[in-house]
Design a protein around this ligand. Structure first.
Ligand code: THU
Length: 162
């Protein structure tokens, strides 16, 4: 048996001013999106903002339901809304943040597995990496140059072909 390693590289900072202006703006739009979260069951709000190649920013927030599987995560609302409204646009960056009144979120919340899969497929479709920026209310930021970094050994449409 051989040992194989998967290496993940990402950036971390506590200083939002180290980020380019468009990413600061994107984070602020993700924070604003928290207000539209519908999270009566978890009280865990997630806000996201996707930057398109046109410069347009599309926001999303988690939308829960009493039938829990119906719930949709904030980043997927943003991504799918962007692709529904502007199917020919490319998503360059997405900022994601979370907030709850129940405890302090020290570290950035990273996308769940389903959102990683959705991000990876959009990235594959557009043949252009999506920069993922994760922001915690304490000011800590993680950023990833590509969504695929978050999902090694990604399952994609190529696996459906021989
Ligand atoms: N949530 C997101 O919006 N994004 C994620 O990637 C993880 C979880 C939401 C779903 C649910 O409304 C709440 O957070 C608690 O799981």
């Amino acid at each position: 048996m051989q040992i194989k390693e998967l290496k993940t590289t990402y950036y971390e900072t506590d200083n939002i001013n180290e980020l380019p202006a468009d990413e600061c703006k994107l984070i602020n739009r993700a924070i604003e999106a928290l207000a539209s979260s519908y999270a009566p069951y978890s009280q865990f709000r997630v806000g996201a903002a996707a930057l398109l190649d046109s410069g347009e920013i599309i926001i999303g927030s988690n939308q829960e339901n009493s039938a829990s599987p119906v719930c949709i995560c904030g980043e997927r609302v943003a991504m799918f809304s962007a692709k529904a409204q502007y199917p020919d646009s490319q998503i360059l960056k997405i900022a994601i943040t979370a907030k709850t009144d129940k405890f302090v979120i020290d570290n950035p919340v990273s996308p769940c597995g389903s959102c990683r899969q959705a991000l990876a497929e959009i990235e594959e479709r557009q043949s252009l990496p999506i920069k993922v920026i994760l922001y915690s209310p304490t000011g800590k930021i993680y950023s990833f140059d590509s969504a695929k970094i978050l999902l090694p050994l990604t399952f994609n449409e190529n696996r459906l072909k021989k």
